[in-house]
Design a protein around this ligand. Structure first.
Ligand code: HXC
Ligand code: NAP
Length: 292
């Protein structure tokens, strides 16, 4: 377990960040740390009551300023209104964290067209709506620097069965990340992504490991480091990527998964199951073939 804050006090002083899906789960954890480092934070999602409760809790906990704004990222007009409110309250916005998502496990052939669309719309269209609105604003305002950070996951490039709409959408978000990193660098806009492995949250676990699936499929066994991620570990990475300390990092996707996806990928990684004492015998067998 590792949960120590990483950056120095006031590292984000004077910055304002917008975190979509900031009222719960990982968005809330990252917002908390941005506030502790001195930033103002706008948290947005569909459920205003939840946002207000989180805003009150985080202001009390950190002494920072939190603006809760209701906004369904699927609707461009709502995103523009959320941006306008953020600018009206804090004067400017320095960074956008595209964290809002929708996801659930299902065999793909069981999905209605609308079910598939719903996930694509929240994840891909939502990230596009926010990125486009904020990018146009920063470019029009000739703001010196700004940053977009997208939360994807490792199946953005491996793909994954049973979460096909999410994998399809996250792959699109990753392509957008790399494309805009080049195109918008001339405007001082950096675009990066984080690909987390399993970081338990209620929102994700209720939909991805419902009932006793969480006991049947112990995520820790899939991870070389044999543990899931701590929210503070992700918050440390996000704060660094949102901050000016990462000013030369652009177009990168940083994986934070304890080695999980590579464990699934390496051809002979299953040999991990071989007990140490068997290796002497196996070596003898292999060497004897060479002589034959
Ligand atoms: C099949 C389903 C379904 C299910 C909903 N639908 N749940 N189909 N199996 N379990 C269908 C509905 O019947 C409907 O289609 C369509 O999907 C839209 O459903 P609504 O409930 O109307 O949508 P909405 O209220 O917009 O809710 C969106 C949602 C919901 C995605 C379905 O789960 C949600 O609000 N999620 C937000 C939070 C979230 O998902 N967090 C987890 C992120 S975790 P029809 O045809 O009937 O109209 C994550 C982790 C990745 O991304 C990596 C982990 C390692
Ligand atoms: P979560 O708590 O369910 O977070 C999802 C957030 O998105 C919620 O706050 C939700 O708030 C918001 N949201 C959903 N639909 C929205 C919409 N249409 N408009 C605006 N906001 C919307 O789950 P989480 O685990 O923290 O996930 C956060 C991010 O991490 C996601 O991008 C997810 O894909 C990614 N991720 C998570 C894990 C993990 O292990 N937890 C691993 C890899 C990647 P409302 O319901 O109030 O709208």
């Amino acid at each position: 377990m590792y949960n120590k804050p990483m950056l120095k006090d006031n590292a984000l002083k004077g910055k304002t960040y917008v975190v979509t899906g900031g009222g719960s789960g990982l968005g809330k954890a990252m917002s908390t740390y941005f506030l502790q480092l001195g930033a103002n934070v706008v948290i947005s999602s569909r459920n205003f009551e939840k946002l207000q409760n989180t805003a009150n809790e985080l202001e009390t906990k950190t002494g920072g300023k939190v603006l809760p704004v209701q906004c369904d990222v699927r609707h461009y007009d709502q995103v523009k209104a959320m941006l306008a409110k953020s600018v009206a309250t804090f004067g400017k916005v320095d960074g956008l964290l595209n964290n809002a998502a929708g996801n659930f496990i299902s065999p793909t052939e069981r999905l209605s067209a609308n079910a598939f669309d719903t996930v694509i719309d929240i994840v891909l269209k939502g990230s596009k709506n926010c990125t486009l609105a904020f990018g146009k604003h920063w470019i029009a305002e000739k703001q010196d620097s700004a940053t977009v950070l997208n939360i994807v996951t490792t199946y953005a490039w491996t793909g994954s069965a049973y979460v096909v709409p999410s994998a399809t959408a996250k792959a699109g978000v990753l392509a957008m990340t790399r494309s805009l990193a080049v195109e918008w660098a001339k405007y001082g806009i950096r675009t990066n992504a984080i690909a987390p492995g399993p970081f338990p949250t209620k929102g994700a676990w209720d939909r991805l490991l419902p009932g006793d699936l969480k006991d049947k499929f112990d995520m820790k066994k899939k991870i070389p480091l044999r543990r899931v991620g701590e929210h503070q570990e992700l918050a440390n990475l996000a704060a660094y990527l949102m901050s000016d300390f990462s000013a030369y990092i652009n177009g990168e996707v940083i994986t934070i998964d304890g080695g999980e996806w590579l464990q699934g990928a390496g051809e002979f990684n299953m040999l991990e199951a071989i007990p140490q004492e068997m290796w002497d015998m196996l070596e003898v067998m292999i060497r004897s073939k060479k002589k034959a």
